[in-house]
Structures are given as structure tokens and as C-alpha cells.
Design a protein around this ligand. Structure first.
Ligand SMILES: [Fe+2]
Length: 361
């Protein structure tokens, strides 16, 4: 049976780079895997000082420190340069590359999210089920979230290592997507990061059944709708699982009332979640607000130690500081560019404050 023929919300076709099957998968599951999409040179170069930065010995697991770590960036390249094939599909999902913000979240870095697991966990006889897992969320730490907000239009998972089953691949909750969409429709006043957007998904997940976990090869890219609930999972295999989680930001909010019906796939997912053909009545009832990204603070705090380790490693090879490739050693302009690309010039949300320590696994 062709889903295009029988679904009340078939994807609008054709797309330039997505196959009909890929468009249908994104629409019905809320995510899409693009295998082997990262240019290998970036993985090799950026993983080159992974162990220097995390401070462990690759061959001695007893030296691996914190089980779960979010690292800061040292390098950034344009997203389209990093994974051209995935970028083409991302552009299709947005309704065209011209809709994507030119600077914000357009740069992809080595801000790794590391999940080592542990010896104790690898010996565990019982695995935590996705429903029991705490911390379900959709990503947004910097703007007031409305149904039509497109600041985190997509959450991307870039895989820098293989991720076998039970190896800490992100859990996704497919049937939670509609619950998030309905919640945002019901709350046109919007949700503020750090104040009232934290528990939305955990409540929705309780009544969900469609869970899937990321299983990948090094170089794979996963494209998630920005409202798809997800959560970090435990790594039971005690190896270094390394990913990054950048986002795609659009220039304008979604349009959920297009008279010509020419909705982007991102918009189609929202309409499908509401089982509607358009939502002309939807209107945010408060101002759109944008703030300093509250999760940056705890990552920034790690930069100095990582830089010191990188410089020491260079010196041990007879090189000097100039051999270290890091934004933080490239002068004022590089720092200004980084601030602009990552929203660091925006005001702090005084009431919500900043995330001073990393969230738990
Ligand atoms: Fe996330």
C-alpha cells in the first residue's frame, strides 16, 4: 500500500534531493537517517585530539573520567561543507536553502557529546527502558518557544563514531511528537527555556509507545524535526561514543496557513500532528523573545583546561602553541565571529538564569 495514496497527509512532492520514501519517513516518523554523509577528513582531524581534550588514555578505560561530557567547540566549518549530501536533504525538508539562517547554527563544530558508559554499566543485567529514562526534551535553550517557532527547526545528530545497539544512541519518541505539537498549540503564550519548557516531554512520554534508538556507523547523520522528543541513553558497551548535536535555524517562523498548500516538510509534520490542513487561527499571544543560550556557560568553563592540554600535547611533539587549531587562539575577530554565530551577543534571560553545570545523563 502506498502511503502517499492513503495517508490523509501525504508529503507534498516532488523534492529536489529527497526520495519520496525519505520524505514520507520524515513526515511519519519525524526523523531521517542519511548514511555515511560526513566528509571523513573532518572526523579524522577533529577526533585527532579527542583523548587530549577529554584527558583519558584511549587504551586504559580506568582513566576515562566523567561518563557523560558536553565539550566546547574549537573548530567550526559551514554545515554544507561538512556533510553536503545531508545538507541537501536538510534544505529540502526546510522548503529550500534560502529559508535557512545564514549565520546562526550554520556552522558545525567539534563540540562533542561523549558517552563513555562505565564498567559497572557494562556489567548491568538490566537496561533502563526509554519510558523510565529521565530528561526527555526537545532542544531549545535560547528563545520563547511557540508552535511556529523555527529557531531549532531541526536537531541534527552527527556521528563521529559507530554507535552499536545498547551503545548510548539517543532515544527518540515518535508518537511524542504529536503531543508536543498539541501542547504548543494549546499554549499560545509560549514556553521559556529554563522556566516552563522542561517537563513538557516527560509528561507526554508516559502515554507513548513508539520509541526508537539511534544505531549508526561513523559518518552517519540523523535529521530530527525540532519538536521530536529525545533523550540521551545509557551506554552499556563501555566505549567512547561521540556525537555532536547542532541545529538548523530558519530565518522566519513557520507559516501554518499557506493558501496554496505549499507547506515545507517541517510544517507538514506540525499539521499532521494536529490532524489539520492549516491552522489559520494560531497566533502567539506574547512577544517573540531571544536570549543568550543558557547551556553555553558550563561548556565555556571547560575551554581553558582543554586548551592547556592541547598546547602541552603540541609542545610534547616539539611544536609550539601556533600548531594548535582552536578558535580561542585565533584572535579577537574569531571570537567575535563565534559569539555572533552562537547567539552570545543576546541578553541573558535574568529570571531563567544560566545553566552553570552540565545536566545529568
Ligand atoms: Fe537534545
Amino acid at each position: 500500500m502506498s502511503p502517499e495514496r492513503f495517508s490523509p497527509h501525504p508529503p507534498k512532492l516532488p523534492y529536489k534531493f529527497l526520495t519520496p520514501q525519505e520524505a514520507d519517513h520524515f513526515l511519519t516518523h519525524g526523523w531521517l537517517k542519511v548514511p555515511n554523509a560526513i566528509i571523513p577528513e573532518y572526523i579524522d582531524a577533529w577526533m585527532g585530539d579527542f583523548w587530549v581534550r577529554t584527558g583519558g588514555d584511549e587504551h586504559d578505560k580506568t582513566t576515562w573520567k566523567d561518563e557523560y561530557q558536553h565539550l566546547p567547540h574549537h573548530r567550526q566549518v559551514r554545515h554544507d561543507q561538512f556533510c553536503p549530501e545531508a545538507w541537501q536533504k536538510i534544505s529540502d525538508i526546510c522548503g529550500g536553502e534560502e529559508r535557512i539562517h545564514l549565520e546562526r547554527e550554520r556552522w558545525i563544530g567539534d563540540n562533542f557529546i561523549v558517552n563513555f558508559g562505565s564498567e559497572a554499566r557494562s556489567k548491568s543485567q538490566v537496561e533502563t527502558s526509554p519510558k523510565e529514562k529521565k530528561g526527555w526534551h526537545f532542544d531549545n535553550d535560547w528563545y520563547r518557544q511557540f508552535l511556529d517557532s523555527s529557531g531549532t527547526a531541526m536537531t541534527i545528530i552527527h556521528c563521529f563514531t559507530d554507535i552499536p545497539a545498547h551503545g548510548g544512541g539517543t532515544w527518540l519518541c515518535e508518537d511524542g511528537l504529536a503531543g508536543v505539537i498539541q501542547h504548543l498549540y494549546d499554549h499560545p503564550e509560549g514556553l521559556d527555556p529554563g522556566l516552563n519548557n522542561g517537563d513538557v516531554c516527560n509528561d507526554i512520554i508516559k502515554s507513548c509507545e513508539e520509541f526508537t534508538s539511534v544505531v549508526a556507523k561513523k559518518g552517519d547523520v540523523f535529521i530530527l524535526h525540532g519538536l521530536l522528543p529525545h533523550v540521551a541513553s545509557f551506554n552499556y558497551l563501555h566505549y567512547a561514543r561521540v556525537i555532536t548535536n547542532p541545529h538548523v535555524t530558519l530565518k522566519e517562523p513557520y507559516n501554518l496557513n499557506r493558501p496554496d498548500g505549499d507547506y515545507s516538510l517541517l510544517e507538514q509534520v506540525i499539521l499532521r500532528g494536529l490532524d489539520r490542513q492549516s491552522v489559520p487561527e494560531y497566533e502567539p499571544t506574547r512577544d517573540r523573545m531571544y536570549w543568550y543560550p543558557r547551556n553555553w556557560t558550563f561548556k565555556e568553563a571547560k575551554i581553558r583546561d582543554e586548551l592547556d592540554a592541547m598546547i602541552a600535547a603540541a609542545k610534547a611533539k616539539g611544536l609550539d602553541e601556533k600548531a594548535v587549531d582552536s578558535i580561542w587562539l585565533k584572535g579577537e575577530q574569531a571570537r567575535k565571529d563565534f559569539d555572533e554565530r552562537n547567539g552570545l551577543l543576546l541578553p541573558v534571560h535574568e529570571e531563567a538564569g544560566l545553566q552553570l553545570s552540565q545536566h545529568k545523563l
